[in-house]
Design a protein around this ligand. Sequence first.
Ligand SMILES: O=C(CO)[C@H](O)[C@H](O)COP(=O)(O)O
Length: 210
Amino acid sequence: MAKLQVAIDLLTTEEALALAAKVAPYVDIIELGTPLIKNMGSSVITAMKNAHPDKLVFADLKTADAGELEADIAFKAGADLVTVMGAAGNATIIGAVKAAKAHGKGVVVDTIGYPDRVKRAQEVTELGVEFVELHAGLDEQWTAGYSIQVLIDEAARAGVPVSIAGGVNIDNITAVIKAGAQVAVAGAAIYGAEDPAAAAKALREAIDAV
Ligand SMILES: O=C(CO)[C@H](O)[C@H](O)COP(=O)(O)O
């Protein structure tokens, strides 16, 4: 069964915990967004894991260097998964995987901005990462002509475990899962909804119906 990941792109621990409390029944993975971690530090990771020990806590570090060191900080704080940029060197990804193995946790590679996301996904899977995020970031999503269909097409031909992030919503989540994504990441579709719990529930039901 595919997983639903809520991306919490809010700015304070208080707001993040309040959102997580509403949507936790419907999600498998709680992602702490990069701006949230930059604003609050690793204490937000600890606060979220303490509040939701039964969920996978995903620290979207977007590490570009010092992979082992940065991953170790997040795992010690309570993260189950951390991200490293696909554009980083393999040594950085290998370092983060080393830290993950030491803690019994995992690394996700984020392909944001990478020219050939599928090729990089296949390469880094060999390095022992959990899965690869086929990701169009917020700036790319706001570029004229953006369509999530490009990520859906990439997932269908990746042949390795992937998630999709970049505007997942109730209108496209079925196609995201049918393309083979193991994880659907939804940020604005949940935290920007008038009723985040109802939005998360609808996404969960759409996944379960595939
Ligand atoms: O990592 C991110 C941006 O860099 C977002 O969390 C990710 O893109 C998911 O959010 P949305 O569903 O709003 O695109």
